[in-house]
Design a protein around this ligand. Sequence first.
Ligand SMILES: C[S@@+](CC[C@H](N)C(=O)[O-])C[C@H]1O[C@@H](n2cnc3c(N)ncnc32)[C@H](O)[C@@H]1O
Length: 286
Amino acid sequence: MSTRPNNPAEFKETVRQEWAGAAPLWKKWNHKSVVQSHAATQLVVQGAALQPGMHVLDLASGTGEPSLSLAKAVGSAGRVVATDLVPEMLEAARENARAQGLSQMEFQVADAEHLPFQAGEFDRVTCRFGLMFFPDVHKALGEIRRVLKPGGRVSFLVWGPLEENPLFSVTFSPFLKHVQLPAPPPDAPGVFRFADQGKLAAAIAATGFRNVATAKHTVPWPWKGTVEDAWQAISERAAPFKKLLAALPPEKNPEVMREVFAGLRRYQQGDTIALTATLNSATAAV
Ligand SMILES: C[S@@+](CC[C@H](N)C(=O)[O-])C[C@H]1O[C@@H](n2cnc3c(N)ncnc32)[C@H](O)[C@@H]1O
């Protein structure tokens, strides 16, 4: 985390490589993750207040949600452009859209800070679990505003506080007893950068959006499978675990894993790990 370059272009390249490396693992867990994050997808779709035929730009689309669900909501007369910094992620999204016959979808590699679209091209811009990773979030929000039509609207979703998200708190804490990670600067890109709703609202309002509304939601985050399976998916998809696992003294590994599994098992109900997630939504208008 402290090894990231200071130069913005180099930083972006490092980020691109990290997400490109994660893409095959995101693809591997895509199906189960779509089910687990269904409530998050619904929050983005509802926040977008879509009408059939609308044109929607989804940023940081990853392996395809929420853009596939947005495409279903605007129907075959609509248009959804799924974008991501990383071609490998977008390729997985394209395959998923093809499998579902969503011909109203387009795919374009795009950095959220430099959108390759004309002014006023879209009715809606959406982003699920992406906004907090854009290094210059004000630049990205300015670009989002530029590509929206007058009267256009945004619908964003980000993670709420760490301690209210057992997916992370239960799995992080056993590591943090043995591994010291430097605290990131308050505005550094990261999973919990907009855990505070007020900070999210202020960033959006500072870019000139109107009617900014944020809300905190606690939603089901169910994982059908064993705790071992759940841990494998979490650790393979979430970048911080690579660093935590690498920094953990090997002799501590069995103890930490026992604690992670015991923590997850507290949420086990039959064949499901019945986690919940606390998320912040934001909507605003141009
Ligand atoms: C946590 S994933 C979210 C993917 C998907 N929206 C979801 O909710 O499952 C974050 C995504 O942001 C993308 N990303 C990171 N920085 C970006 C940037 N500057 N512009 C566009 N996408 C970016 C990554 O490649 C990754 O696919």
